[in-house]
Design a protein. Structure first.
Length: 262
């Protein structure tokens, strides 16, 4: 499945403008043969928008979700995107996956909040593994800081995730996460990882870009720079199966030894 990574911060504070950016990117991705487009963390509204997070938050089936579903349907590709979710008086940092026909397939709430900014504005989610079936692949969702916890990604591996989507807002000086940690996570868990970042200055943050699609061999199939761009790479089930056979980490585990971890 050809996968497109949209590295962009959009227009912080304006869901209308961000949907326009997403629509244009979806058109380019579809024209290049992509079946999936992944946008960054909090793409629908912007990340560093302070108290506007609560004002702009919406339900998983809100107007923004409907607009993304329309974009997906018109261009004929699935879309994963980040947004602030309002549910029962609580605001979550969430990511949602919609299918090429606009159906909502999965919604994930960030389980590990990073820094005071996020803890001031969001409640952490409690469900670590959220998956959906897409074009014969088991696709999982995670957000930014979550991928830095090896237990999180291993839980996805044990649940059979083939392609892990990680909308992110990775900032300076932590670019080693995109450069080194993400490919290692893909290799040690034998899966593809699509890590899709914001880029440039936004409020007090400087997002580093470097979005990547890493394969189960630890090699980056696509790597963005530090500007707004759309990069594409293929997720190959045959390569995934061969790599899992050659690298039996999951089969060779000895869980009886790991009880002290929890």
């Amino acid at each position: 499945m050809r996968t497109a990574l949209l590295q962009s911060s959009g227009r912080p504070g304006s869901a209308v403008e961000n949907l326009k950016v997403l629509d244009e990117a979806a058109g380019r991705a579809a024209a290049a043969g992509a079946g999936l487009l992944v946008a960054p963390e909090m793409f629908l509204t912007g990340y560093a928008i302070g108290d506007d997070i609560a004002r702009l938050a919406e339900p998983a089936d809100g107007d923004g979700a409907d607009a993304v579903a329309d974009i997906a349907g018109r261009h004929g590709l699935a879309i994963a995107y980040g947004y602030p979710e309002h549910a029962g008086g609580t605001v979550y940092n969430a990511a949602q996956l919609v299918s090429a026909d606009g159906a909502r397939l999965a919604n994930y709430r960030k389980t590990h909040l990073f820094g005071g900014f996020e803890r001031d504005h969001f409640t952490p989610g409690e469900r670590p593994v959220v998956q959906a079936e897409l074009d014969g692949l088991r696709v999982g969702l995670m957000i930014c800081y979550d991928v830095e916890f090896p237990e999180n990604v291993r839980a996805h591996a044990l649940a059979g995730t083939d392609l892990l989507l990680v909308p992110t807002a990775q900032m300076h000086p932590f670019q080693f996460v995109a450069e080194s940690l993400v490919p290692v996570r893909a290799f040690e868990n034998q899966m593809y990882v699509a890590y899709v970042n914001r880029v440039g200055a936004e409020g007090p943050f400087e997002f580093v870009g470097l979005s990547t699609l890493a394969g189960p061999d630890g090699i980056a199939r696509a790597r963005a720079g530090r500007v707004e761009e759309l990069v594409l790479a293929d997720v190959d089930p045959a390569l995934l199966a061969a790599s899992r056979e050659a690298n039996p980490y999951l089969r060779d585990r000895r869980p009886v030894l790991y009880g002290s971890l929890v």
